[in-house]
Write a protein that binds this ligand. Structure first.
Ligand SMILES: Cc1cc2nc3c(=O)[nH]c(=O)nc-3n(C[C@H](O)[C@H](O)[C@H](O)COP(=O)(O)OP(=O)(O)OC[C@H]3O[C@@H](n4cnc5c(N)ncnc54)[C@H](O)[C@@H]3O)c2cc1C
Length: 365
């Protein structure tokens, strides 16, 4: 991933005093309808909620998982490549023990952000559909318990990411329990024959960790080299492991079939297959956003890039009152928008909402 140039702004503003009272709290509007409902409580959804609070807008965040569900499922011992100040929300300082934040530190920080900005967060509650129009949206939700509910909002912000919707290999055997599309830690793979599918950062870092933990690692990638987004400081390590034969690599191959104790790979050009002993498959082949909510609202999505149509200034889609935020705005290219730049989307949205209602943005916004 490369840091953004266009939308990243230095964030050294002093943290705000606790958020101003909203119109509802001040007794001026229907308290059952929020100004801005945010679907998705990942880092960028949280930033959108914090921006709304700072702007004096009422908000609610709804997530089908825990807070920062994607980060929860990142490799357990990973460190962010961004330095902590680039992950900060609305100027609330993020202090870490080392130069880069660990996953646990980031989770603690975003919990603190939600507390500091007094964000009303509804977790383990899926937004299944959105009905209505600007000024009167109804979000149909279902909690993990099965209970259905409705949230009413004047505007909605979809910050739904996509991390939990992997690009499937679409091959027989992918549904076997030994196949996973996420990687947590290496220990369970010790002494196992592991196939890592993909050529991205995730695949490279997992392969190195697995190798160092004592797994027998084979990688397979349809390309002839690693993805350009692989961290430059990791490349020499992985290349040395391949050169020494410590990690086996099949370039120009794809997985053809997965069986209980084997995998079958197919060479791209010749179609020739080879069968390898295998205990576990890690298919780290990226993911793409779920178009269901966007589609139900009628938001056009570019079929090639997966980018939902939106105004780059206000992040409003052609459907009035429907905004997008965070990595969702990058479509299929998650390397284009990440926390560093996606954390500013909410501020732009809050500013646009205030401007539409003829109010000035608070200082610093
Ligand atoms: C290993 C790894 C390391 C990374 N390191 C960095 C880094 O150093 N710096 C950086 O800037 N970025 C980094 N990124 C990228 C960054 O984490 C993502 O860009 C970021 O999580 C995007 O935030 P988001 O809020 O847009 O989406 P997400 O974090 O994916 O949040 C989306 C949320 O929406 C919820 N959701 C989805 N559908 C629904 C629904 N229908 N109803 C309710 N909730 C729903 C999900 O449960 C999820 O919690 C890294 C990513 C990975 C995988």
């Amino acid at each position: 991933m490369t840091p953004s140039t266009s939308t990243t702004r230095p964030d050294r503003s002093t943290p705000s005093t606790p958020p101003p009272r909203t119109r509802e709290e001040a007794g001026g509007a229907d308290p059952t309808v929020v100004d801005m409902a945010v679907v998705g409580a990942g880092p960028c959804g949280i930033a959108a909620g914090a921006a709304a609070r700072r702007a004096g807008l009422s908000t609610v965040l709804v997530d089908r998982g825990p807070l920062c569900a994607s980060v929860v499922d990142y490799p357990w011992y990973m460190s962010f490549f961004s330095t902590p100040e680039k992950l900060e929300v609305e100027g609330l300082p993020f202090v870490t023990a080392e130069k880069n934040a660990t996953r646990r530190e980031a989770l603690a920080y975003y919990r603190r952000v939600a507390e500091y900005f007094e964000l009303p967060v509804r977790l383990h509650e899926t937004v299944e559909a959105v009905e209505g129009r600007e000024g009167d949206f109804r979000l149909r939700t279902r909690r993990d318990s099965g209970r259905e509910d409705e949230i009413r909002a004047r505007r909605i912000v979809l910050a739904i990411g996509g991390f939990h919707r992997p690009n499937l290999l679409d091959v027989p055997g992918e549904d076997l329990p030994k196949v996973s599309h996420w990687y947590g830690e290496a220990h369970p793979y010790w002494k196992k024959d592991v196939l890592v599918v993909g050529g991205s950062n995730s695949a490279v870092e997992a392969s190195l960790e697995l190798f160092r933990t004592g797994a027998r690692v084979t990688m397979v990638h349809f390309g002839s080299d690693f993805d350009p987004g692989v961290k430059p400081w990791v490349l020499p390590d992985i290349r040395n492991r391949l050169e020494k034969g410590e990690i086996r690599m099949f370039w120009h191959h794809r997985v053809a079939r997965i069986e209980a104790e084997e995998v079958v790979l197919r060479e791209e050009d010749s179609g020739q297959t080879r069968t390898l002993a295998n205990d576990r498959v890690l298919a780290l082949t990226g993911w793409r956003p779920d178009p269901k909510l966007l589609r139900s609202l009628g938001v056009p999505v570019d079929p090639d890039t997966g980018v939902p149509e939106h105004d780059p200034e206000t992040f409003e889609t052609p459907i009035p009152g429907v905004h997008i935020a965070g990595v969702l705005a990058a479509g299929y290219d998650a390397n284009r928008i990440f926390i560093e730049n996606g954390r500013w989307h909410g501020r732009a949205i809050a500013r646009a909402i205030l401007a539409d209602s003829g109010q000035a943005a608070p200082a610093g916004n």
